[in-house]
Structures are given as structure tokens and as C-alpha cells.
Design a protein around this ligand. Structure first.
Ligand SMILES: N[C@@H](CCC(=O)N[C@@H](CS)C(=O)NCC(=O)O)C(=O)O
Length: 213
């Protein structure tokens, strides 16, 4: 890629993991800029100038600023041609999964967030946990008899859906309850360049230079 990418993110963030995983699997070099969520760096004026929502991640490339993790995945797939669907229908279906995951798998991330970072009234958990389980069950069902969510190869649909649910164990969701999810997670883990968030996302600003880039 002619111009270097810069990704702003945090190592505890599933939304940051999604583009990080894409870049790792695509073996792309990039500059990582850490945003310390614990210190509230995401709400400081210099970062708000990058991402007006005061959240991670944000991607900068070719003078563009792209925010929202699924839009970043869409952008990366378009500019690299990697993890795109093989057909026009597959490309739209992959984006359909991304839009759906932002409605549904997000509930898994919410339960994990409330379990790990912010205690809430049990009634809040009682509301979100079944929604999260329904989302996990839907992905599990979609993977019955197939390796990937769309077509015959991994796509941004897999990266986006997996990335959002990656911390599920921290929310008390044991992946073994959903056998197709478990098999899919193992296929993802076998892809060259794959890593889990705490191994993949740096805790400080880093120039990432994949060995094969
Ligand atoms: N819809 C956004 C969600 C981003 C998001 O929720 N980011 C969290 C970390 S996973 C964050 O920055 N939280 C800090 C805050 O909201 O102050 C996306 O997919 O990029």
C-alpha cells in the first residue's frame, strides 16, 4: 500500500481488535497510536478532533479519517481487496453481517463491559444477557455446515463478528456452548497472522512491521 495507515485504538477494546486483526491477517504495516481509555484520553480535544464520538478505533489514511470499526473494515477491504467476498452478492452479504453485528453481537460486548469495567444493577444484566446469547446462537446456527459466514473464504464478516465477541469469556459466555462458534474460532485462529487481542494490540504507540510485509 502506497501510503502508511495509522490506527488509533486500545488494547482492551473489541472495536479496536477488529481492524487490528484485519491488518494482522493482511500482513500490512501501520502505525499504532494508543488511546488510554482508563485515563479518558478518548474524550480529550486532540482525540475528539480525530473521532468526534470520543471512542476508539479511528483510522487515518490518504488524508482521510475513518471511524466506526465496521466502516474501517469496509474501507480496508475496499482499498486492499483482501477479505472481500468473491462475488458482488457476497460483498453485500458481508456488509449485512457487519450491520447486524452492530445491533446484536454488541450485546455480548455490553455484558463483558459491565462484567469487567462497570458494575450495573443485575436487572441490566438480565436484560442484555439473553440478547447476547441470542446473537451468539444466531451466528452458531449460520455456521452450521460451513466454514465461514459468507462464501468459501474468510471475509470482513468473520473478522467483524468474531472481533466483537472475542472477549465473550470475560462476560461469562463459554464458547464451548456453541460448537459451530468453537470450530469457527479455531479456523480463524489457524489463519497466518492471527492473534488474540491481548497479544495483538500494543499498549503503547508502535510501528507495526509484519515480517512478510
Ligand atoms: N460503534 C463503535 C463503538 C466503539 C466503542 O464502543 N469503543 C469503545 C471501546 S470498545 C470506547 O471507545 N469506549 C470508550 C468510551 O466510550 O468512552 C465502533 O464499532 O467503532
Amino acid at each position: 500500500m502506497a501510503e502508511r495507515l495509522t490506527l488509533h485504538g486500545s488494547f482492551t477494546s473489541s472495536s479496536s481488535y477488529k481492524p487490528m486483526l484485519f491488518l494482522a491477517l493482511a500482513r500490512l504495516p501501520f502505525s499504532f497510536r494508543t488511546v488510554n481509555l482508563k485515563l479518558g484520553a478518548q474524550k480529550q480535544p486532540d482525540y475528539l478532533a480525530v473521532n468526534r464520538y470520543g471512542q476508539v478505533p479511528a483510522l487515518r489514511h490518504r488524508g482521510l479519517t475513518i471511524v466506526q470499526s465496521n466502516v474501517i473494515l469496509d474501507y480496508l477491504a475496499r482499498v486492499t481487496g483482501q477479505f472481500e467476498g468473491a462475488t458482488e452478492q457476497d460483498r453485500w452479504t458481508a456488509r449485512e453481517w457487519l450491520s447486524w453485528e452492530a445491533d446484536a453481537i454488541t450485546n455480548v460486548a455490553k455484558v463483558r463491559h459491565y462484567s469487567r469495567f462497570r458494575a450495573v444493577d443485575p436487572a441490566v444484566m438480565d436484560y442484555f444477557r439473553p440478547l447476547a446469547e441470542a446473537a451468539l446462537a444466531r451466528v452458531d446456527e449460520a455456521l452450521a455446515g460451513r466454514d465461514w459466514l459468507v462464501g468459501e473464504t474468510p471475509s470482513i464478516a468473520d473478522i467483524g463478528c468474531w472481533g466483537r465477541m472475542v472477549f465473550m469469556a470475560e462476560g461469562g459466555f463459554e464458547i464451548g456452548r456453541w460448537p459451530n462458534l468453537l470450530g469457527w474460532s479455531r479456523r480463524l485462529a489457524a489463519l497466518p497472522g492471527f492473534a488474540l487481542p491481548y497479544d495483538l494490540i500494543p499498549k503503547k504507540d508502535t510501528e507495526v512491521e509484519p515480517a512478510t510485509a
